[in-house]
Design a protein. Structure first.
Length: 447
């Protein structure tokens, strides 16, 4: 692909610098802001209706058609097919769940959960890695790295192994779920544990990648977000090519929310959807940067002219207080989200809202999701916990059609699940029952 079809562009309208698709950049070299992958849609053959892509399901032996990312390739058409990487990502399901709907006080038939835990590495990250590694292949990258709270490292290590790239993972000295760390180690990545938290690791990995020309695979990478757009395409696909009223997604580094906003904006520009759904981004109260900046400091997209002074002052205060995020939902335990500005754009595009929920609410919601259908990691359950609030305060009507994104598999953090149940940490705890080795007493307990 050449610039006639696709290119990279700075999101800051005061800069607006453009770069060739073959360049490896994770921020604008002119002003330091984030980059987008952009398309000249009039030069790309896109379907007149999204439903036209459904025919690819009949060709399951074709690697790209089987992929839940690349079967939508016209909508992220930044490289030729020979560069596209796939290990079977995107075979995920959208489940209507009336039991979870009852928990959040919604009407039957209106709540759906999109389960990204069925991806090869067990989380939504594989969507983005399929796209980003395709760009890495296009640029002839030999080595890659990421900072991670767990899921990114697992996914990057898996795809790096598949592509033959050397992989290095930066993790902090704080909490990381062993179910995730075990994957990175097992897939052969070199793991460096930095004395600091995720934000410290994020700074170090950027500097290392710049100095050593290593391909960065955090969601600063604009091609990661191109792959994550396809979660939305699959949601629409599974709803019979109709848009929901709301998408609820966990916050964290804000890659998914940013990707979703971009996906909806492009689909509307291409007349492939009639309307843009609303978006709710849910953080944990122990890592609620976005909530405070948007709800309290009134930070907005402002057509790309984001008030950087508000962000700088907030971060400076955070540093002065030696603030460290803390939540049981380690996947979203991030205080300086790298995709903050793109998320602000998504909130603007989708008339979105931002909310923070407590760890206790996350744990209870996680138990409900597990009891009634699909076990998920703690961060995933933030979407359900957030929805319960949004129904209660009237932001969302019980009769609207809502999709909660479950970002990762139950086994990503089994220790938390076991502790919740065995230590009776919540109202939905389901601990094992000790019973003597006696048939009659066993039968009495089962009756």
């Amino acid at each position: 692909m050449d610039k006639n079809f696709t290119y990279q562009k700075c999101i800051n309208p005061d800069c607006g610098a453009e770069f060739d698709i073959s360049q490896v950049l994770f921020k604008c070299p002119m002003c330091g802001d984030l980059l987008d992958c952009r398309y000249n849609w009039d030069k790309i053959k896109v379907p007149k209706k999204l439903s036209q892509l459904q025919k690819r399901w009949a060709k399951r032996n074709n690697t790209l058609d089987f992929s839940g990312v690349w079967r939508f390739r016209e909508l992220l058409n930044f490289c030729d097919d020979k560069f596209k990487v796939s290990i079977g990502e995107g075979q995920t399901i959208l489940q209507q769940n009336d039991d979870v709907a009852k928990y959040v006080n919604m009407k039957e038939g209106n709540l759906f959960v999109q389960y990204e835990g069925l991806n090869p590495s067990g989380s939504f990250k594989d969507n983005g890695m399929a796209a980003a590694f395709s760009h890495a292949k296009l640029t002839n990258a030999k080595s890659c790295a990421c900072a991670s709270t767990g899921n990114t490292s697992a996914s990057m290590a898996l795809y790096a192994h598949s592509c033959g790239l050397k992989a290095t993972v930066f993790i902090g000295s704080g909490k990381i779920a062993f179910g995730k760390l075990s994957q990175a180690m097992d897939y052969g990545a070199k793991t460096l544990q930095i004395s600091g938290n995720f934000d410290d690791c994020m700074k170090q990995v950027q500097d290392v990648c710049s100095k050593l020309s290593i391909y960065l695979l955090n969601s600063l990478n604009p091609f990661r977000l191109e792959g994550q757009k396809t979660i939305i395409y699959r949601v629409i696909e599974q709803l019979g090519w109709q848009e929901p009223d709301w998408i609820i997604v966990p916050g964290g580094n804000l890659g998914n929310s940013s990707a979703f906003g971009k996906a909806f904006l492009e689909l509307k520009q291409l007349n492939l959807i009639d309307r843009i759904p609303r978006l709710a981004v849910i953080n944990a109260t122990g890592a609620n940067t976005l909530t405070e900046l948007v709800n309290d400091k009134k930070l907005v997209w402002n057509s790309g002219l984001v008030n950087q002074q508000i962000i700088d002052k907030y971060y400076s205060d955070m540093t002065a207080r030696n603030f460290r995020p803390s939540t049981i939902a380690t996947a979203i335990e991030i205080s300086k989200p790298v995709n903050l500005k793109k998320c602000l754009r998504a909130i603007d595009v989708c008339n979105g809202v931002v909310l923070a929920v407590t760890d206790e609410e996350i744990k209870d919601a996680k138990a409900i999701v597990g009891k009634f259908g699909l076990g998920c990691e703690p961060a995933s359950a933030a979407s359900v916990a957030g929805l319960k609030h949004l129904i209660s305060n009237g932001t969302i009507s019980p009769s609207e059609r809502v999709v909660c994104i479950l970002t990762g598999h139950l086994l990503k953090d089994p220790n938390l699940t076991v502790d919740y149940h065995t230590k009776r940490q919540g109202q939905f705890s389901n601990p094992p029952i000790e019973v003597p080795n006696d048939l009659d007493k066993i039968i009495n307990l089962i009756k």
